[in-house]
Design a protein around this ligand. Structure first.
Ligand code: DC
Length: 220
């Protein structure tokens, strides 16, 4: 069967993950959270006590990582790291490993392999621009920095983590800058992507807009 790929890119807190999951379930598609893959490499790099400048080892970890994504859980070997990879320290390290070309090369190859022959909603930073430039439909979600940090704050506090809003906002800005300015596959709106500012929209409103757009270009 030929694959049907829908890509959703955008900065942290723009609503990508929520919308990608909702959309996949609405359309009966699979869902791929590529940020979780970078976070898994970051988690393994932290476990290995790598310094941020040890990019060669990060590339080796990415190429050999026994990563498994199953039923909304992320496993490395048999360790369930689903919650651990959401920790702010892992997020910071993820943005560092994501700027390493060898890490990106390894994960992009895995993403393309996973998508073969499948109907899939993929979300990340480079899905429409680099990984799946021929995707049937591409979206680029945005939201204001304060709205994005507030969403992250709610998520983390709901998960029982103690976080300071101003710290989150500052870390988000640091990560945004790194994601947008890195030499290799920076966060950009892909050619042909539809940009949606989700700041003042509910997930259902964004979902309806996306579904309508998809159904106007592809018969499912
Ligand atoms: O979406 P997220 O916060 O889980 O992503 C974690 C980090 O990985 C973030 O710094 C951006 C980076 N990333 C990337 O560079 N390319 C992707 N396709 C997905 C995530």
């Amino acid at each position: 069967m030929s694959s049907i790929i829908i890509t959703i890119d955008g900065p942290a807190g723009s609503g990508k993950s929520t919308l990608a999951k909702l959309l996949a379930s609405r359309l009966g598609f699979d869902f791929l959270d590529t940020g979780a893959m970078y976070r898994a490499v970051a988690w393994a790099s932290l476990q290995a006590n790598l310094m941020p400048q040890d990019t060669q080892s990060m590339g080796m970890i990415a190429a050999q990582l026994p990563l498994r994504m199953q039923d909304k859980h992320v496993f490395i070997n048999d360790t369930d790291v689903t919650l651990d990879i959401r920790h702010p320290d892992v997020a910071q390290m993820a943005s560092i490993v994501a700027s390493v070309p060898a890490v990106r090369e390894a994960l992009v190859t895995q993403q393309r392999t996973v998508a073969q022959g499948r109907r899939m909603v993929t979300e990340g930073r480079d899905q429409g621009s680099v990984v799946f430039p021929d995707a049937v439909c591409k979206f680029f979600l945005t939201a204001s920095p304060v709205v994005r940090a507030s969403r992250r704050y709610s998520e983390l506090t709901a998960a029982g983590r103690e976080v300071d809003f101003e710290t989150l906002l500052a870390q988000q800005q640091e990560r945004d800058e790194r994601d947008q300015n890195r030499a290799c596959s920076p966060l950009v709106k892909a050619d042909g992507a539809l940009e949606i500012d989700t700041s003042d929209l509910t997930p259902d409103e964004v979902l309806a807009h996306m579904e309508q757009t998809i159904r106007s270009v592809v018969r499912l």
